[in-house]
Design a protein around this ligand. Sequence first.
Ligand code: SF4
Length: 227
Amino acid sequence: MLKELIDKFYLDNQENKQQLHFYISDAGKCPRSIFFKLKQAPQEKADPRILRIYEHGEQLHRHLYNVLYRLKIGMTTEIPIPPQEIVSGRADAILCLNGENYVLDIKSMNSMIFRSLTAPKIENVYQVQLYMHFFEIKKAILLYIDKDRQDIKEFVIDYDSNLVQTLLNGFQNLKGKLENNLVPPVLSDYPGGWQCNYCQFKEVCRLAGRDPLDWNRLKEKIIAENK
Ligand code: SF4
């Protein structure tokens, strides 16, 4: 009854804004799914439950900013990286602790994932490495919050120029594929990996097959499939 109405609200209000460039949050994501997003391939609607989880995460972020402001820590929030050609993004915050600047990135998760976290998630490390690079800051803090129990873990990350170069090369490589209409191959753990489980491009990906292929050929297959 009410649940269906609420879910429908989330389904009906999804904006599929056209993405025109890479985001820092794309670092570590499946290159094929980023390719599909930038090419505006047909995608499934996002699960309303997942959208509610994102919303809740944003509320937690705002609550924490408020606490940090009240602690009178020198801090600026939601700062876009300086404009450049390959990628855009917005860091949660930059703050100053004991005379040293840090990029701050906040992530929230359920208790089960939180409890098993003994090191920062690699995709989160990729993101803060890129933020550090573009802001020319040498340290970052990844702050993880347990949404169910409100517990907190933090990890301090040092800037790694080699890793940043690898990530930027990955974006350049994918940019080349986009320009040449070459769909990247599937992930090595396809189709059982976690990214595939949550992927909104599962159907197009299945149609494409596992190997690289020409985007125009895939578009023909998509049209034929939908006739
Ligand atoms: S289903 Fe998996 S391999 Fe295919 S686009 Fe999605 S994440 Fe990538």
